[in-house]
Design a protein around this ligand. Structure first.
Ligand code: MG
Length: 414
């Protein structure tokens, strides 16, 4: 006799905090509520997040503070603090884990979760349960968020994006008119170029996209576009990823603050970026087989070069020497504005076979690295650091440089 099993249709939720950095500042500084607030990047020059009040004055993300202050003289500007934002981000994750064990840490303020059992968890009808989750997020953590619920990740994200600020949208029965109202560029994964290509074929809305021929979409936008086509039809092809897949490449670096051609400062940056890179290699328990350096020059152009390492390693001495070698090779002709160090290919430490001539098991330097790590874990990041970094006093004096968004582990994307 055939066994009848009732298949419950899985539902996916997407939760997205509203102007997260600003909301996070308002949690600890309640006087900022209702005020026009801008959060500034690490150089303190550009607005990287804004409150709705500031947006209403015409201030956009990326705008320099002097322009923003002209548009809104009464605005309050604060420097970003990723350490604090991560604290709240983890609390949001914890709350979602009470709803379901299947939660994807998509970005610092966006999470996908299995919403199938939401009504049972809260003992409420579905739509009310969604609002209850939003209410608890605000009451227990202090962060306003928008929520989308649908059969697929793509639809759920479309739902929460369109419900902002502080809205909920459940897209289940008959989302046709909703899809007609959404420009195709709103789809996660459709960039400016894809949008143009689609427009050339008269595909302007998400509805147009869903009504186009599937194979036509695949030809135009590869299987990534085809996946979106399925997702818009309610066929879930993108699952909730509860674990981040292993990295193929780890990189650290960024802006040097004020551009410089001073060899001592540049060496300082090599050491700092190497130390940050090694933290990551340690965290993920991997070694790298090659080090690549990428430099951008203030006056335009750049340079990149690589060193293959004798054996897979995460040793500070080896990597910093490789970095200094690359710096010498670059023979910097002008001021450097950005530096990135890339480690790849990577391999898991427990899988590495040491060869006969292996130099990696140098007990002295490994013991030293372990002590350095231990002290920094206990007392604070960069408390013990390479002497080369003493050439960057301004960078280490400014505490907002201690922690970056890439230091928030486990997220799927930036
Ligand atoms: Mg957000």
């Amino acid at each position: 006799m055939p066994i009848m099993r009732s298949m419950k249709k899985r539902l996916i939720g997407h939760l997205d905090a509203d102007c997260f950095y600003v909301s996070a500042e308002r949690v600890r500084f309640p006087f900022l509520r209702g005020q026009p607030v801008g959060v500034l990047g690490n150089q303190g020059a550009c607005v990287i997040a804004k409150s709705y009040e500031l947006k209403a004055k015409g201030v956009s993300t990326g705008m320099p503070i002097w322009d923003a202050a002209k548009l809104c003289p009464e605005a309050v500007f604060v420097k970003r603090d990723f350490r604090w934002y991560e604290v709240l981000s983890r609390k949001m994750l914890d709350l979602l884990h009470q709803v379901s064990p299947r939660v994807e840490y998509y970005s610092i303020d966006e999470m996908f979760f299995d919403a199938t059992d939401l009504p049972q968890v809260f003992g409420l009808p579905r739509d009310e349960a969604v609002t209850e989750l939003q209410r608890r997020m605000l009451e227990e953590i202090g962060v306003p968020a928008s929520i989308g619920i649908a059969a697929t990740k793509t639809l759920a994200k479309l739902g929460s994006d369109s419900a902002k600020p502080f809205g909920c949208r459940v897209l289940l029965e008959d989302p046709d008119s909703f899809l007609q109202s959404q420009p195709v560029g709103e789809l996660c994964g459709i960039g400016r170029r894809s949008e143009q290509k689609l427009a050339e074929h008269g595909i302007l809305t998400c509805w147009d996209f869903s009504q186009a021929d599937r194979l036509f979409i695949r030809n135009l936008l590869t299987i990534k576009g085809e996946a979106l086509w399925y997702e818009l039809h309610g066929d879930s092809v993108q699952s909730i990823l509860t674990k981040r897949p292993p990295h193929k490449c780890i990189s650290r670096g960024g802006s040097l603050g004020k551009a410089t051609a001073d060899p001592r400062r540049l060496t300082g940056w090599v050491a700092r970026n190497t130390e940050r890179l090694i933290e990551e290699l340690d965290y993920y328990q991997v070694f790298t087989q090659r080090l690549t350096m990428m430099l951008e020059f203030k006056e335009g152009g750049g340079w990149s070069g690589s060193v293959s390492l004798m054996e897979p390693t995460a040793s500070f001495n080896t990597l910093v020497e490789a970095g200094k070698m690359l710096m010498a090779e670059a023979n910097v002709p002008t001021r450097v504005s950005h530096m990135h160090l890339l480690a790849e290919p990577l391999c898991f430490r427990r899988m590495v076979q040491r060869n006969l001539f292996s130099r990696g098991n140098n007990p002295r330097s490994e013991r030293l690295a372990a002590v350095k790590r231990l002290i920094n874990e206990k007392v604070g990041r960069f408390v013990v650091r390479s002497g080369d970094t003493l050439h960057l006093p301004d960078i280490y004096e400014d505490t907002t440089n201690r922690y970056d968004i890439c230091d928030v582990h486990g997220k799927m994307c930036f």
